[in-house]
Design a protein around this ligand. Structure first.
Ligand SMILES: C[C@@H]1O[C@@H](Oc2ccc([N+](=O)[O-])cc2)[C@@H](O)[C@H](O)[C@@H]1O
Length: 486
């Protein structure tokens, strides 16, 4: 009898402890799904053990879209509202000059018309660009949602502006083209009074997180099943304010996307670069060397802004060669490239962005075998020729440690050297691959010129490879040599 009472007591105590790792959302309890030793516990040590879902490392190339009410003024950047309200001169002047005195940011929303938004055409563009996934801003710091949030009355794309579920339509369209669909989601909202209340309480209350943030994200996850959650706007508060580990445990254990979802690293102050399936670190992060964790270089074709700006100048837009430098150096170092463009309020992607993306797609159609499903090789950036970056492909490629150099167990199928500059005399000099070519067991060809084997000469630890006549070469801007065993 005493034993029985004791065990009942233990059970009750256990149930009480469990409650702590579980939190309540609007309509139901968000159970982290950790149960009886199964699943991930809501702590970073446990969450960090999760293997990276394979598709993500294989994909390498994604498209990022920053689309919201800021596309209406389309001036400065997607930080328009904040910059204006904090009296940054150029924004104040822009408003004084072009809008009546009492004009509010909310009044921009009906002008976000998206009348030309054609999700199938966008999806075709992204597929032709060679992208394998798309990340769309479901909500930026302004709080406007591109899906019908049940908690963002009259501040979402179905109630005002486009009068369409932009997340729903685009997710369906890109999936039809075989791309994975992901969402960017800003944790904080600049001017949300409930968030500001929590902030005023030194983040000791979690009302915003419990009644807005996680219910909205759950709505997104249930309705659109995103393969990427690209979190942002985390930096004002620690991860325990956001209840990040609870959300992630639920996401990994219990959510409908638990098999294939990947998340980035922006889950609270000091978390970036430490936790998450892949690391973004800072924006436009590109370390130029191997890292020991999967990472992603998120960068923007308009070098000044993530959101669309009507007054862009051509010199502020990445050139084809700058774009390829980012893609090639990133993939060589084990990263993915997430390439951002800002659509217009009318729902178009302007021709100069289309042109850059289609250029990339044409380059990948020839050189893609050095990019997709590739792994880092022993050397990343050639030590003699700094314009050359290496990748390789492996038999039994597995993405468990996607950013490591090859090990003794790896069978390398091909080594690729991608040159970002064509040598004036047609002889490409390399250092790091020289010892492989001594043996006479390798053959070298240029992607796009299949079956044409190139000759080389070795001296002083360097190899000079004779390239074909440039007029016969299909790639522009960057060229890939493929080294295989004969
Ligand atoms: C993708 C971008 O993310 C954030 O900006 C950041 C966030 C983090 C860093 N960082 O860690 O260096 C820099 C800019 C946003 O504020 C910005 O509007 C855009 O959405």
């Amino acid at each position: 009898m005493r034993l029985l009472i004791f065990s009942i007591f233990i059970c009750l105590a256990y149930a009480k402890i469990r409650e702590i790792s579980v939190f309540k959302s609007e309509n139901n309890v968000l159970d982290t799904g950790f149960n009886d030793g199964k699943g991930y516990r809501p702590n970073w040590r446990d969450l960090d053990k999760r293997p990276l879902p394979e598709w993500y490392d294989r994909a390498k190339i994604g498209i990022f879209l920053h689309w919201g009410v800021y596309a209406v003024p389309s001036f400065g950047s997607e930080w328009f509202w904040m910059n204006w309200k904090t009296n940054v001169t150029k924004y104040v002047n822009f408003m004084d000059k072009n809008y009546p005195p009492n004009f509010t940011y909310q009044q921009f929303a009906p002008m976000f018309t998206a009348e030309f938004f054609d999700p199938a055409a966008w999806a075709q563009l992204f597929a032709e660009a060679g992208a394998k996934y798309l990340v769309l801003t479901s909500k930026h710091h302004e709080g406007f949602t591109l899906f019908p949030s049940k908690r963002s009355f009259s501040w979402n794309a179905v109630d005002v502006g486009p009068k369409r579920d932009l997340v729903g339509e685009l997710s369906a369209a890109v999936r039809k083209r075989g791309l994975k669909f992901g969402v960017y989601h800003s944790l904080y909202e600049w001017f949300n009074p409930i968030y500001l209340q929590d902030r005023n309480a030194s983040f000791e209350t979690h009302t915003f997180v419990d009644t807005k943030l996680w219910p909205d994200l759950k709505q997104i996850i249930h309705d659109y099943k995103p393969s990427v959650i690209w979190s942002d706007g985390d930096w004002e508060a620690p991860d325990d304010y956001w209840r990040s580990t609870d959300l992630l445990a639920w996401l990994y254990n219990n959510s409908p996307v638990r098999e294939e979802v990947v998340v980035n690293d922006r889950w609270g102050k000091d978390i970036p670069g430490h936790h998450g399936d892949f690391f973004n670190h800072a924006d436009r992060f590109n370390p130029g060397k191997l890292l020991d964790h999967k990472w992603e270089n998120a960068f923007t074709v308009d070098k000044v802004s993530w959101g669309y700006r009507r007054n862009m100048k051509i010199g502020e837009i990445m050139s084809d060669s700058q774009l390829l430098f980012q893609v090639v150096s990133t993939v060589s170092c084990g990263g993915n490239a997430l390439i951002n463009v800002g659509p217009t309020k009318e729902g178009t992607i302007i021709p100069v962005f289309q042109e850059r993306l289609l250029f990339l797609g044409k380059w990948l159609a020839i050189n893609g075998e050095a990019i997709y499903d590739s792994s880092p090789w022993f050397s990343q950036n050639d030590t003699v020729n700094g314009k050359v970056w290496y990748t390789c492909t492996k038999e039994n490629y597995n993405a468990t440690h996607p950013t490591y150099p090859p090990t003794a167990n790896d069978k390398i199928l091909a080594i690729y050297a991608i040159a970002l500059e064509w040598p004036k005399d047609n002889w490409l000099t390399l250092g790091d691959i020289t010892s492989y070519l001594h043996r006479g067991t390798y053959q070298v060809e240029l992607l796009g010129n299949k079956g044409v084997y190139l000759t080389w000469k070795i001296s002083n630890g360097k190899v000079a490879i004779q390239l074909p006549d440039k007029a016969t070469v299909r790639s522009k801007v960057a060229w890939t040599l493929k080294f295989t065993l004969k």
